[in-house]
Write a protein that binds this ligand. Structure first.
Ligand code: C5P
Length: 303
């Protein structure tokens, strides 16, 4: 048995996040078009007496290192399923913004699941891994598969989507996170008694992804959680405006925020938008990343 296993797992941006009304279970039905982007966390697991979590990288002072960490819960869930003890040290090398609406916690859970399955030699099937992911959180299955996918239900029922080209993104990272449940609650509050139609994927957006058409994708980006994120964090309006003023084709809050995502014409336009965002002081930092990115993969030990 190898002594440690590392899995690399990507962040996501939602190119469409259409939110239905609240369900009896407290979740919302979604039409959620996920796109994996090239910012990665690396999750390394190695045998240990007891379950232990450590983390390195920006923002890790804000993630729990106890059994409530989603990566720890992933290891426990798999160990329980296989009837073994979850004796494992999980180290998370973070590069995905923490609590940023980019599925960083979900990425770590998917990474820990694949890493533990590999370390323990438990040979869990892809479909069982996906079911375990869905138990851990709505965005976790997508972190495992990567690429692009339409998520139905609460986002966990995935249909992979074709992507016909590369898209160049800039992400403006905020100082503090936003709580996803708070943002959904604010979305419901802002909607009041309005009748909310069943969420549907937009054909024009799926076609833009399929053909790799950046301009068409820019015109089709939507996020129903954006008004709620802006209501809770009004300063994000200035961040969004800075990116569009600097030449981004479109600006959108990423998922539940507060990270703002900007779609650029090409890699050099993305660099210019990133530089303008950093110079503006409207965000903590800005990162460029291309999409689509691969899902969770085991890093070969010999690199
Ligand atoms: O599934 P996950 O644990 O990531 O969800 C976090 C929270 O986000 C939920 O507890 C719920 O408040 C909200 N949520 C929702 N509808 C979804 C996904 C998440 O209301 N489809």
């Amino acid at each position: 048995m190898s002594r440690s296993v590392t899995v690399r797992v990507p962040a996501k941006v939602n190119v469409q996040l259409t939110v239905g009304g609240p369900r009896p279970d407290g979740f919302h039905d979604l039409a959620n078009v996920f796109l994996a982007v090239g910012l990665y966390d690396e999750v390394t697991v190695s045998p240990a007496e007891t379950l232990r979590v450590t983390a390195s990288g920006p923002g890790t002072d804000r993630i729990p290192l106890d059994a409530t960490n989603l990566a720890a819960r992933a290891a426990v869930a798999l160990a329980e399923r296989r009837g073994i003890a979850p004796g494992v040290h999980i180290h998370i090398a973070k590069d995905i913004p923490v609590a940023g609406g980019m599925a960083g916690g979900s990425a770590d859970a998917a990474g820990a699941l694949l890493a533990c399955d590999t370390l323990w030699g438990t040979g869990t099937s892809r479909s069982e891994l996906l079911a375990l992911c869905a138990e851990l959180g709505s965005d976790v299955p997508f972190s495992l598969i990567g690429g692009a996918a339409l998520g139905r239900g609460r986002g966990e029922l995935l249909t992979p989507l074709e992507v016909g080209g590369a898209f160049h993104w800039v992400f403006a990272v905020a100082d503090d996170g936003l709580s996803t449940p708070d943002v959904y609650r604010e979305c419901d509050r802002l909607r009041g008694a309005a009748v909310i139609p069943a969420p549907e994927a937009a054909p024009v957006l799926l076609e833009a992804l399929r053909t790799g058409d950046t301009t068409a994708l820019a015109g089709a980006l939507t996020n129903d959680l954006q008004p709620a994120a802006l209501s809770l964090r009004p300063a994000l309006r200035a961040t969004l405006a800075t990116g569009t003023d600097a030449g981004a084709l479109a600006a959108i809050v990423s998922g539940s925020g507060p990270t703002c995502a900007f779609l650029a014409k090409d890699a050099s336009a993305a660099d210019a938008v990133g530089a303008a965002l950093i110079a503006s002081g409207t965000c903590r930092t800005a990162r460029t990343a291309a999409a689509p990115a691969h899902g969770a993969v085991v890093v070969p030990p010999s690199r």
